[in-house]
Design a protein around this ligand. Structure first.
Ligand code: PFF
Length: 442
């Protein structure tokens, strides 16, 4: 099995693919708003601290487990300890849950990109959006189209599909981010948006606890941790690659993309006197109102939604690969059969998610629509539990000497921060994750 396994053609390909996974909707629709409402620069400082206390160690741990075992997420965890195979299963469940709604949002992004390509002006952006997402046909069809595009990329394989596409899409994504940020910053009153997002607002911080919680949750989601993604991508890494420098580069790229998103979004929102928001409301209600009223808005909108689409595609393919690697590696399916099976299943779950905004809106799970439940399950339950178990698996079950051996390529690379890594992954990261997890329910 090992001999036939694919690998990245080089470090650059891996970094582009992993950064493509990390840079997604989370950077664009969550980060700028969270920074703005959690104390501006105060949030950014907390974010950077948690990048080091949580992001770097957990990402390093996940990649090293994957590279060590060279297998899908479930078998990689099993390779470390048979009893801990379930950590891989949790990752699989999380990847499935996220994909069940991510592709629906991907479909909405396609709709908006096409809408602006054809012309401008929806009138009441809220009425337009609500009537569109509650339809039965079009959003389901667009979700299927998004899914098929991702399936096609994954079908071509790790280096010929995911890596090749990421090497093109990620640089393009950065170009579009810089162009939209430059445009947004050139609008009148842009400083107000920059101020909202970057100026420290100590007086507005209502509780350090909530700033820290938001920052930790964001680090986790934004870096694609706890879902088996980095185990899977790490499993395609060559043995001589430098895991630590790769992790730092991925984290740096993800953070740059988050800050650039803030510059692309907030100045534009403030320049037309609108209130900032987060999530779908920002992308599909506030920003269309901005695009409808600024010069060249139509073309900026096309560039912007294309950028969001690229970010969503490169994240979705990483989640699909977690499941495909399992179906092919563990169940011995051919890649093509695995992709077809997964596309059919995700086509159905995504359709249910989409319809839960319309004709299935009465079908509630714990009081939530299917769409909201899947996002709650993945972001609030599976990710923190998966991340916590990952720290325990590496810190205690695999053990620091074995992990350090993998991270340092058998002692060939220096690993000066080994004691710090050990302390953080065994005590600090697990404690932080438990705090975030528990407090998210209050
Ligand atoms: N990191 C992605 C984002 O910021 O949108 C979301 C994500 C992708 C989370 C892949 C988890 C994952 F495994």
């Amino acid at each position: 099995m090992q001999a036939e396994r694919e690998s990245w053609s080089g470090k650059f390909g891996f970094i582009m693919a992993a950064a493509g996974s990390a840079i997604g909707l989370g950077n664009i629709w969550k980060f700028p708003y969270m920074a703005g409402t959690s104390g501006g620069a105060v949030f950014l400082i907390a974010y950077v601290i948690f990048l080091f206390l949580l992001g770097v160690p957990v990402m390093t741990a996940e990649i090293s487990v994957g590279r060590f075992a060279g297998m899908n997420a479930v078998d990689s965890c099993r390779r470390i300890s048979e009893k801990w195979e379930f950590v891989g299963w949790i990752g699989l469940a999380g990847a499935f849950a996220i994909l069940s709604y991510y592709s629906v949002v991907g479909g909405w992004v396609i709709k908006y990109a096409l809408k602006y390509l054809r012309g401008i002006g929806t009138g009441d952006t809220e009425a337009y959006f609500n009537s569109f997402v509650s339809k039965t046909g079009e959003p389901v069809l667009l979700h299927i189209i998004f899914l098929l595009v991702c399936a096609l990329i994954v079908l071509c394989g790790v280096s010929a599909g995911i890596e090749r596409v990421s090497k093109i899409l990620l640089p393009l994504l950065f170009v579009l981010l810089i162009v939209t940020a430059a445009f947004s910053l050139s609008l009148p009153n842009a400083e107000e948006g920059v101020r909202f997002f970057l100026v420290p607002k100590l007086s507005e911080v209502n509780g350090w606890g909530s700033v820290c919680l938001n920052a930790m949750g964001q680090v986790f989601f934004s870096l694609s941790l706890g879902m088996g993604t980095l185990i899977t991508y790490g499993s395609y890494l060559k043995k001589d690659s430098n895991i630590r420098s790769s992790a730092y580069t991925i984290i740096a790229l993800d953070s740059i993309a988050a800050v650039l998103s803030g510059f692309a979004v907030m100045p534009a929102v403030f320049s037309v006197g609108l209130e900032p928001r987060s999530g779908p409301g920002l992308l599909f209600l506030t920003l269309p109102a901005v695009f409808d009223s600024v010069p060249f808005g139509r073309w900026v909108a096309v560039a912007f939604f294309l950028l969001v689409l690229l970010a969503a595609v490169t994240s979705a393919i990483s989640l699909m690969e977690v499941l495909i690697a399992f179906l092919t590696g563990r169940l011995g399916m051919k890649r093509i059969s695995a992709v077809i099976l997964l596309t059919i299943v995700l086509g159905i779950t995504g359709a249910i998610s989409s319809l839960s905004n319309g004709i299935l809106s009465d079908m509630l799970i714990f009081g939530m629509t299917f769409f909201d439940f899947m996002s709650f399950l993945s972001d609030k339950i599976i990710m923190p539990i998966g991340g916590l178990l990952m720290c325990l698996l590496v810190g205690y079950v695999w053990g620091i000497p074995a992990a350090a051996n993998e991270i340092s390529n058998g002692g060939k690379l220096p690993f000066r921060g080994k004691n710090l890594f050990s302390f953080v992954i065994r005590y600090v990261s697990p404690a932080l994750i438990i705090i975030v997890f528990v407090s998210s329910f209050f």
